[in-house]
Write a protein of this length. Structure first.
Length: 105
């Protein structure tokens, strides 16, 4: 069974949930970063307050941000494929590429 990591933003929460349900219905095993029902660490960045005031260094000093980064990295390593679902004014774009030998193109 192909394992899929959905890369997106919390701005796309509904689309991520839809994509995860669709892929599962097609037989894929899916990581949905918005769903903690399987024990995944779920963290919404708004919990840190105003993100506009944080640079990357200060942001990663927060323990929850570090845990989220580590969880995402773990799930990317777990996945056979990554679906990129960017926030583009309500438009959905999927880029599917095979990953061979652990290398991405």
């Amino acid at each position: 069974m192909t394992k899929v990591y959905i890369a997106s933003s919390w701005k796309n929460e509904a689309s991520v949930k839809w994509m995860a349900a669709f892929l599962r219905s097609q037989g894929f095993e899916v990581d949905d970063f918005t769903d903690d029902s399987a024990g995944r660490f779920v963290f919404h960045y708004s919990e840190l307050g105003n993100l506009e005031e944080l640079d990357a260094i200060r942001f990663l000093q927060y323990e929850k941000a570090q845990c989220a980064f580590e969880e995402d990295k773990r799930m990317i390593d777990w996945a056979d494929a990554v679906v990129l679902l960017p926030p583009l004014a309500g438009r959905r774009i999927w880029k599917l590429e095979p990953v061979e030998g652990g290398e991405s193109s």
